[in-house]
Write a protein that binds this ligand. Structure first.
Ligand code: 5AD
Ligand code: SF4
Length: 514
């Protein structure tokens, strides 16, 4: 599509969109998608096959695209979860191989990619704000390529909105076709066309995409993609597709490679890591088996995220209890403390089953810290049901919790539920919940005072560059004064003062660590 055609199309779209509003009809923009695009639809999505996913080891950047970035710079702005951060590392790897250089300055960039998150409405609003901010830059520098990718691109409504209102965007692609970036970018640069390629069906697993890791001592390792849990509020099973596990040998090789390169900490990533291996048709192999092998690799710390209680099995608990490089931190999202709400959320466990599982883990890992995710204000949540969440917080004595107000996501079953809870009640519940969570966090942190902990030094504190920050094995944030040369190292820190969200300490030689 050239500039002229684009204008025409935009005018046509603007025309229809106001007519659409009156008639209530939905415009079909499917011609913009290079494969048939299916908007989020629970029934359709649940029908997705269990057919094998192919694994490809032959990714390469076509020769004619290798140099097209010479003398140009790129900037990737990442929103949302660690999976997105990691995807951005892949995109950066691809761009570097195409000859681009990276920059952190918007004014310097020739290519700006927004890697977006769809989990809640406010995440999306932030991105739309940023897309709007880039408009004057694009006007001043028509050669600038603006791309939108990640989870929001997988939503039809988002693509439609960009097509209608943000024609300065040059490129839209999704979560399943990152490996197509060279071709897509080439088209966007040379043809001056708005390139939209979103795959509604997940792609195969591409093993050897280039990767420019952000850190030199902490690394993310994907173990699986997608999610088949279909919690009723969640957009992820639609934006990220069905569960696909990487082959264990590929994961282990990647971890070994990181270990050889001096990495101190890895985080195994997946939307629901506990389902790891279920789709590997030729083997009976799960997360417990994988962790048991990774445990033997010489890398000091191994984390994993994110867990679903439903698939957290005994073998995994047994392996985690062996400790060593498997750290004492369990993030186990519960979402609500009320069994009826959990049922409506399709979490497939009751409060009692969750507590039973958590107790089992705590017994096996007595020193582990426990964190969780909570949604307040799910449609029709009653005061009593919310109070069950408060009481669960106390019963579980969580070290900390990520707390959210429910945000309806178009196409999910919960978004169709009527909701009688006003927003000010939801906000009030969030505040009350946070007050309880903070009280518990402060008390749990207090128990660290006087103790010596092993800290992986991550860098300068954001608030004060004279202070360093790092994390304990239990994932507590520690601030202390020390040598910058210790960044990337494991050191001992004596905790002098506990705060609600962090610990203050001083470097010590003492070897007693926890
Ligand atoms: N509204 C609010 N919070 C949500 N989460 C997922 N979907 C929604 C939604 N629609 C939260 C859950 C999940 C975390 C990553 O984000 O708590 O565990
Ligand atoms: Fe979303 Fe997590 Fe539920 Fe999957 S398990 S649907 S990612 S909340």
């Amino acid at each position: 599509m050239n500039e002229e055609q684009r204008k025409e199309q935009t005018q046509a779209m603007e025309g229809t969109s106001s007519a659409d509003k009156k008639s209530g009809q939905k415009k079909d923009y499917s011609q913009y998608f290079q494969t048939t695009y299916i908007p989020p639809d629970l029934k359709q999505a649940k029908k997705r096959g269990k057919e094998d996913v192919s694994v490809h080891y032959d990714f390469e950047i076509p020769e004619d695209m290798q140099g097209i970035g010479k003398g140009k710079k790129f900037l990737i702005r990442t929103y949302g979860c660690q999976m997105n951060e990691h995807d951005s590392e892949n995109m950066a790897g691809i761009l570097l191989q195409m000859g681009f250089e990276s920059t952190s300055l918007t004014e310097e960039a020739d290519v700006i990619l927004l890697n977006t998150c769809a989990i809640r409405e406010n995440a999306e609003n932030k991105v739309f704000g940023e897309i709007g901010n880039l408009k004057p830059m694009k006007r001043d520098n028509p050669g600038l390529i603006v791309g939108v990718c990640g989870c929001m691109s997988q939503e039809e409504s988002v693509v439609n909105r960009i097509l209608q209102k943000h024609q300065h965007v040059d490129l839209i692609f999704g979560t399943h076709n990152i490996h197509r970036l060279p071709e897509l970018l080439k088209n966007a640069i040379f043809n001056k066309e708005m390139v939209v390629e979103v795959w509604s069906k997940e792609g195969d697993i591409i093993e050897n995409m280039p990767r420019a890791r952000k850190g030199h001592f902490q690394g993310w390792v994907n173990i699986m993609y997608g999610c088949d849990k279909f919690c009723t509020y969640c957009i992820v099973p639609y934006t990220r597709g069905k569960e696909r596990s990487r082959r264990p040998e590929d994961i282990i090789e990647e971890v070994r490679h990181l270990a050889r390169n001096g990495y101190k900490e890895i985080t195994l990533l997946g939307q629901n890591v506990n389902a790891y291996g279920k789709d590997l048709a030729d083997m009976d192999y799960g997360l417990g088996d994988l962790m048991d092998e990774i445990r033997k690799i010489d890398i000091p710390r191994v984390r994993f995220t994110t867990s679903h209680p439903r698939d957290f099995d005994d073998h995994l608990i047994e392996v985690l209890a062996k400790g060593g490089n498997l750290v004492e931190h369990i993030h186990l999202p519960v979402q609500s403390g009320n069994s009826e709400v959990l049922k409506l959320m399709a979490r497939k466990y009751t409060r009692e089953q969750y507590v039973e599982l958590a107790e089992k883990i705590k017994k096996a890992m007595p020193h582990a810290s426990f964190t969780t995710d909570i949604i307040v204000g799910f449609p029709n949540e009653t005061e009593e049901q919310f109070e069950d969440t408060l009481s669960l917080m106390k019963e579980m004595d969580y070290d900390s919790a990520y707390t959210y107000i429910y945000s309806p996501r178009e196409g999910t079953p919960a978004a169709k539920m009527e909701d009688n809870v006003p927003m000010d009640v939801k906000k009030d519940r969030l505040q009350r919940l946070n007050a309880v969570v903070n009280d518990i966090s402060a008390r749990k942190n207090k128990a660290y005072e006087g103790k010596v902990v092993e800290v992986l030094v991550e860098g300068e504190s954001k608030k004060n560059p004279d202070v360093l920050m790092g994390r304990t094995r239990t994932n507590k944030l520690v601030n202390f004064r020390g040598q910058k040369t210790s960044i990337g190292e494991l050191i001992n820190v004596k905790i002098t003062e506990a705060k609600t969200w962090s610990l203050d300490g001083e470097v010590t030689e003492t070897a007693e660590v926890k």
